[in-house]
Design a protein around this ligand. Structure first.
Ligand code: URA
Length: 200
């Protein structure tokens, strides 16, 4: 069994948060173990909770379209979320839920070691660009430990707000050239907050 499959089994046993009791299925994430790009959304919604797969509802359809715009299929990338269980009523994730789930995401990144992590939305962005505002930093990248982190709006935000359509599409098409230049991009000096990002 692959290390990633073993991790999925561990995630499926997790009962650290109250929301674990209410989930239909846990949504650990999916994609190739050697994916070059990892997209990280916020949390499973109703469709994802039903199927145990990330981004399979309307936001997922839109993500598929965005991927197609850069000639990628979802099978070629890794897709995960900040939290692995659906918050009831699609509320925002709680800080304790993000903290409890952080270990899983951290291990996914370690195992996959993507060249690029694309954060989708504010919650995902906050893990890698702490203290920043999405309206200011979407479409920008930083490099740490040889991984490029690139911030984008959440596809659901663009579905609800027509004015973000062009923005999210313009950000998406920056991905191939960033990926091609990974070696040439200088490491960003970690800020104190970034150093503590994955500590308990
Ligand atoms: N929104 C997310 O952030 N993640 C999903 O998996 C689906 C919708």
């Amino acid at each position: 069994m692959s290390a990633l499959s073993e991790l999925y089994q561990e995630i499926a046993l997790c009962q650290q948060c109250e929301i674990a009791k209410h989930r239909t299925k846990v949504v650990p994430g999916e994609g190739p173990e050697d994916a070059e790009i990892m997209f990280i959304g916020e949390a499973p919604g109703w469709h994802e909770d039903q199927q145990g797969r990330p981004f399979v509802g309307p936001a997922g359809k839109y993500l598929d379209e965005l991927l197609a715009s850069i000639n990628l299929k979802r099978e070629q990338v890794y897709i995960a979320n900040v939290i692995k269980c659906r918050p009831q009523g699609n509320r925002d994730p709680l800080p304790t839920e993000i903290l409890n789930c952080r270990q899983w995401l951290e291990r996914q990144i370690e195992l996959i070691h993507p060249k690029m992590v694309v954060t989708l939305g504010r919650y995902s962005m906050a893990l890698f660009f702490p203290g920043k505002s999405i309206s200011k930093i979407h479409g920008t990248a930083l490099k740490q430990d040889s991984i490029i982190y690139f911030a984008m709006y959440h596809p659901a935000a663009a579905l609800h707000q027509q004015s973000l359509h062009q923005t999210i599409q313009a950000d998406m098409i920056k991905i191939p050239s960033l990926l091609a230049q990974t070696d040439g991009i200088a490491e960003t000096k970690p800020q104190p907050q970034q150093l503590t990002m994955f500590e308990d």
